[in-house]
Design a binder for this molecule. Structure first.
Ligand code: M6R
Length: 604
């Protein structure tokens, strides 16, 4: 969603901020803006609707600016236009803001009574006016921030400049990510590591009850009483290469190809010494009688795969919920329930809210998270990290496969410890995990074949996905991947459910991507495929090399190596990802930044 970068230091703030904003583009945005110190020592604000290049055209990069804050805005309150874009300036205060101030209407009424007027529809301008009012009353920005925190409700990350002091930036956050990065005679604030990774990998995280005062050579962190606090300087493990396209046309394709490597990184440390490690390197799940998995989008789909495996092999009941529903429904959970929240970004607002609610029921919460130090990671009681590295494309691929890998290991761990499966079966699964990267590579090598299929179907305005059992969960992900990047109206159905209504949507030539990887269900699914074929569907069968597919019920066939059910989805999803990618490319879509979408959804 929105992105923040701030800079104070020896180099030109304009270059650093614009470069940082471009690196944050992947988060999704519809306007961009910057506030910077100009050559007369005054603050200039420039903002433009649309792409960052529109903003760049308004700037003179030859000036020397030592301080500034920039923002990419994904509209929530008020349409994407000039007045609603950030930065906002009221009186002596200029801010950029990620998140939502929930009580902004109430605050606005109070501020109107105090004589403030507003140009925009945003909660951000209200936050800015509130800061200005308190600052005028206290004349201390430190106290202003402390008081602001007590008055403003909601989630926010703010970068602040005060007119009386152009040597400092201020950073404050609550339930929304913001880091302070440290350079040599220059320091940064950023909502996301990729924005600053080109310059430094040293950073500080501030907690929700802290704020920071940042100059070119000093960072001070304060607690909520405006008392100074010690902080730890951390080192980000990656480098700027991790956030480059490295010769690929799109991040999404690069990330698809990275999957064998990141699956290795995610799984091998857990199973390095076979079953002993599987037991000792994972949390103890034995005390839980049931599991709730809560997530959004693709992470929810990974949860559905996890449910299938945990229930089938570990014999533990699993409920999977979409986080935005979970947070408002009646829950049947207590200390005997483990709540697993799954999130690539670790910042998804609904998932974070679900986590908080689960905690109020006395449950242990485990996060399956990709971004280290993210809000959800920090609030979870237990964290298992997917080691997918920075994922830039809005459509998740490698983080999704790693989520499945961890959920499979959880299923295997519980199944083995509860003696639901014997040692030889467990060892067989470990072997198939070790073989995964090689098998994945062989599937990736077939991209040219998937391209030929994409070429035959990319012009359709609807494409269906069907499957049963674990293939149904996987089909849901295939369908989401396609619709989010190609804008084709795609639907996914449990294959046996089509005849209860949806089959009426099948016309002559309608593409149906049918997954059949589970031998036990193959015969049943193939019957369902014959039903759509009889209605004119153009069937693309995605299957494994052990399944007998004799018959004339499909038009195209993609075969992936058969492996253990625990890891089969990680292989089978690859052609689905590549088909979606190629279809979107043929349709000329903005693959890495699909319209209306954001990489991390930090609003409800
Ligand atoms: O960062 P999260 O994993 O919590 O994000 C959840 C969803 O927003 C995300 O998976 C979304 O559905 C992706 N764009 C799908 O590719």
């Amino acid at each position: 969603m929105c992105g923040i970068i701030g800079y104070v230091g020896k180099n030109n703030a304009l270059n650093v901020i614009i470069d940082g904003l471009e690196r944050l583009e992947y988060r999704g945005y519809d306007s961009a803006g910057i506030a910077y110190l100009n050559s007369d020592g005054l603050l200039d604000i420039k903002k433009e609707k649309g792409k960052i290049k529109n903003l760049k055209e308004t700037l003179d990069f030859d000036i020397k600016s030592s301080l500034g804050i920039g923002h990419t805005r994904w509209a929530t309150h008020g349409e994407p236009n000039f007045v609603n874009s950030h930065p906002h300036k009221v009186g002596k205060i200029t801010i950029v803001h990620n998140g939502i101030i929930e009580n902004y209407m109430e605050l606005k009424q109070e501020l109107l009574k105090s004589g403030y007027s507003f140009k925009s529809n945003t909660d951000t301008e209200v936050a800015c006016a509130l800061l200005d009012k308190i600052y005028n009353e206290t004349n201390s920005i430190e106290h202003t921030i402390s008081i602001f925190r007590k008055k403003a409700r909601g989630a926010y990350a703010l970068g602040i400049i005060v007119d009386d002091d152009y040597n400092h930036l201020y950073a404050v956050k609550k339930d929304s990510p913001l880091i302070i990065a440290l350079g040599d005679k220059e320091n940064y604030i950023a909502s996301d590591v990729p924005a600053i990774l080109k310059y430094t990998n040293k950073y500080i995280t501030i907690e929700d009850d802290e704020f920071a005062k940042i100059s070119s050579d000093k960072v001070l962190v304060y607690d909520n009483n405006a008392d100074l606090k010690k902080f730890e300087v951390k080192t980000f493990a990656g480098n700027s290469n991790d956030v480059m396209k490295n010769g690929y046309d799109h991040y999404m394709l690069k990330e698809i190809y990275e999957q064998p490597e990141v699956i290795k990184k995610t799984t091998l440390p857990i199973i390095e010494k076979d079953l002993d490690s599987l037991v000792n390197n994972m949390p103890d799940f034995s005390k839980y009688k049931k599991i709730d998995i809560v997530a959004c989008g693709s992470a929810y789909h990974a949860g559905l795969v996890g449910k299938n495996l945990i229930e089938e092999y570990a014999n533990v009941p699993v409920n999977v919920d979409i986080a935005s529903e979970y947070r408002y429904k009646k829950l049947f959970i207590d200390k005997d329930t483990l709540v697993i929240v799954v999130s690539q970004s670790g910042e998804t607002a609904d998932t974070l809210a679900a986590l908080n609610i689960a905690k109020t029921h006395g449950c242990d919460v485990m996060g399956i998270i990709n971004v280290v130090e993210s809000s959800i990671a920090r609030k979870s009681d237990i964290v298992m990290y997917t080691k997918a590295g920075a994922e830039i494309a809005v459509a998740t691929t490698k983080a999704y496969s790693c989520q499945i890998a961890l959920l499979s290991l959880i299923a295997l761990n519980i199944a083995y410890k509860n003696k639901e499966i014997d040692k030889s079966k467990a060892l067989e699964v470990l072997k198939s995990i070790r073989c995964l990267p090689t098998n994945m590579q062989s599937v990736l090598n077939e991209f040219d074949e998937y391209k030929k299929i994409a070429n035959k179907i990319y012009n359709n305005d609807k494409i269906f996905y069907i499957g049963r059992d674990i293939d149904y969960a996987l089909s849901m992900e295939g369908s989401l991947k396609l619709k989010e990047i190609s804008y084709i109206n795609s639907q996914c159905y449990a294959a046996g459910e089509l005849k209860h209504g949806t089959i009426s949507l099948i016309d002559e030539g309608t593409p149906v991507i049918a997954l059949v990887t589970n031998e036990k269900m193959a015969e049943k699914t193939i019957s369902n495929i014959k039903e759509v074929k009889a209605r004119g569907a153009y069937v693309i069968l995605v299957t494994t090399d052990n399944i007998n597919t004799d018959g004339d019920y499909y038009d195209e066939k993609i075969v992936v190596p058969c492996t253990n059910k625990f890891v089969q989805p990680i292989l089978t999803v690859i052609p689905l990802q590549m088909l979606s990618y190629e279809i979107a490319r043929l349709r000329g879509c903005d693959i890495d930044k699909p319209k209306n979408l954001a990489k991390s959804v930090t609003v409800e």
